[in-house]
Write a protein that binds this ligand. Structure first.
Ligand code: BV8
Ligand code: ZN
Length: 246
């Protein structure tokens, strides 16, 4: 059966995205996000609470440089095709590992952020949300994080660091949807980071069709698992056009 028919006939479609879906918007994928000052760091070392404790300005500066990159970026055709799908299939659950807001800005009504967001920092000491001053000044180096009005603690990025638990509701809703769906699109993820990377597996074992869209081939272990090789911004709109001709 042609893959676009799996999307066309899906009663409940799960779309699961990684950094590859934002690559064509110019957002570096996680492992490429370390450029300039940060290029000598391993992201998995920098994206941790102890790196922040050790050097808050270095870590806060890295996230601010990424946040400003996102502010300047636009959603790409992949984000827009996903937003359109929500209006064409009976039920769609969008789950992202990304910390940008490009799905929201493309018009996706509900986005499950498994790893938090760059746009919602909070106090490292008391967890209060901390509002960010609007700024367009590019950040290319360490920057002291703002202080919490309530306890004067430092602001930390609103993301899930390595070694931190994922938001309980987000992971539970995501796993539920993976168990219930009849088709799951896994777009632009290397499937390394746990427990997010289990989601396509859960769908596959529950009998759903899983379609991977990635620049690299993804190893398929079952006949209901498929790998499409190419850029999300090209492949996804084409698939959706075949499934739901305008
Ligand atoms: C937890 C937010 C427990 C931060 C992120 C062994 C040793 C040490 C740790 C572990 C271990 N095994 C498991 C762990 C735990 C660890 C983990 O999985 N480590 C990995 C490295 C093995 N996981 C955790 O720590 C998680 N928490 O387990 O907690 C716990 C439980 C209870 C109580 C306390 C603790 C938390 C993990 C969350 C980490 N935070 N992001 C930030 O952004 O800075 S993860 C981050 O990296 C991203 O969110 C994403 O999920 C992941 C991968 O990022 P990328 O590589 O950039 O993106 P992606 O993988 O999506 O790759 C890009 C893909 O796109 C590529 O395949 C490429 O081919 C493709 N592509 C590129 N361009 C395109 C494209 N495809 C299509 N079109 C294109 N144009
Ligand atoms: Zn505080």
């Amino acid at each position: 059966m042609p893959l676009f028919e799996l999307i066309r006939d899906a009663k409940h479609l799960v779309v699961f995205t990684g950094a590859g879906v934002s690559a064509e918007s110019g957002i570096a994928t996680f492992r490429d996000a370390l450029t300039g000052l940060w290029e000598r760091y391993d992201p998995a070392q920098l994206a941790t609470a102890e790196a922040f404790r050790r050097d808050p300005a270095l870590v806060w500066g890295w996230y601010e440089s990424r946040r400003l990159q996102v502010l300047k970026a636009q959603p790409n055709p992949a984000h827009r095709a996903i937003a359109a799908l929500a209006r064409q299939v009976p039920e769609l659950t969008l789950i992202t590992q990304n910390v940008d807001d490009l799905h929201e800005r493309a018009g996706s009504p509900e986005v499950i952020h498994l790893h938090g967001s760059l746009h919602h920092p909070r106090c490292f000491a008391c967890n209060r949300p901390i509002a960010l001053e609007p700024t367009s000044v590019a950040v290319n180096g360490p920057q002291e994080p703002p202080r919490c009005q309530g306890c004067n603690g430092r602001a930390r990025p609103g993301v899930v660091w390595f070694g931190e638990a994922l938001p309980e509701r987000a992971i539970r809703t995501a796993m539920d949807a993976a168990k219930r769906c009849d088709c799951l699109l896994s777009i632009g993820t290397s499937g390394v980071v746990m427990p997010a990377a289990l989601i396509p597996q859960v769908a596959l074992e529950a009998g759903a069709n899983v379609i991977h869209i990635n620049m690299q081939p993804v190893e398929c272990r079952a006949d209901n698992e498929h790998s499409l090789i190419g850029a999300a911004g090209k492949l996804l709109p084409a698939l959706c056009q075949q499934a739901f001709p305008a």
